[in-house]
Structure formats: structure tokens, C-alpha cells
Ligand binder design. Sequence first.
Ligand code: MG
Ligand code: ZN
Length: 222
Amino acid sequence: MKIHVLKNIFQRNDNAARENRELLDTSNVTCINLLGGAGAGKTALLEAVIPLLADSLRVAVLEGDLATTKDAARIDALGVPVVQLLTDGGCHLNATLVQQGLQRLPFHELDLLFIENVGNPICPASFDLGEHLRISVLSIAEGDDKAAKYPILFKDADLIVLTKCDLQPMTDFDFDAVTRDLRRINPEAEILQTQARNAAGIDPLSTWLLSHCRPSSMASVK
Ligand code: MG
Ligand code: ZN
């Protein structure tokens, strides 16, 4: 019986995810699901990179959170459209909740949509939201064993971003060991090292995003 219930949950989710992807495709919007544990630095990464994209892409953000609008307020301060998705204690976003968020965004005025998932290295990765690409985030403050311990977070990522790399002198974080683990789990994804606080590594992130987005209709406006 439990298996049956789970199957229904995933089936409903996958249907909504398919509808979301169709809507995004029709509107020519590239959508990125940003995944990582609590405190990995997902919001800080968005704060650092979104200003670099502003000249080339029209960006919006769906912010997943259990209980607060703290991250949405940080994104709002950047001056881009943001919709808060509150899971009311739920530990992941699902495609139905994302669908509700999509309805509140100005689609014809967007090129790139980030969905910042709930901070959790486990189950968010199991739910397709209708995104085109996944970026998985690991802060070096979390420890160099986390790639091996949470492979589900990294195995389907298109890009893996290591954050807070400026903390390395205060930790025993072993970049070589983590890179070996990540390569074993996901041989394809590019791995970037970043420090959002001082913008190191944010240019390569912005370049990656620009090269993976559909051609912006802003180009024809200019
Ligand atoms: Mg956040
Ligand atoms: Zn969950």
C-alpha cells in the first residue's frame, strides 16, 4: 500500500513537471533548479551572480522555504521578480507548488528562471519541477565527506558549485578528495569553486549560465 501511495505522489508530480516544462518551453524561458543543504550558500550565490546577468538576461526567482520569506526579501532587493513558495514545513518543493508560482510570474518578460529549492541535501533531488538544468551546491563548511554521503544531490547535476571556498584555511576540506567523489558520482558536470562574499568564481558561473540559456529575446530588443 505504501508503495502505491508513493507511486501516486511521483506520478502527480511528474505530470505537473511536464506541464511546467511545456509552459517554460513555449515562453522560451530557461529554468534552473538550485539544490543544496541548508546554509550551503544558494541565496548568496544568486545575490552574487544575478547582477552580472542583468545586461543580457531577464531573470526571475522562485524561492522555496519552509516557513519564512527571508530569502525572497534578499532577492527582491536585487530588483528582479521573485515569488515565495512556502512549503509549510515540507522538506522539498514539488512541481504543483512550482506551477502555482509560475502563474504569478511575467513569462513574456523573462529569459531565465531560478528555482531555489528548500535547503535539504536529500529528497528535493527526487522531485522533477519541470526545470531544464540543475545546479547543486556544496559549501566547504559542510565538510568534504558530503559528496560521498549525499550522492543523490549531485548525480543529476549539470553544474556543481563549491561555495565558501575562502573558508578553506579554517577547515580540513580536501578539494582533491571531494573532486574524486564528485567525478565518481557524476563524471559529466563541471565543478566550479566560488566565494560569493568577495565574488571570486562568480564570473565563470555567469559565463556558464549565459552559455546554457536559450538566446535571450533581449538581444533583439537592443
Ligand atoms: Mg537560501
Ligand atoms: Zn522532502
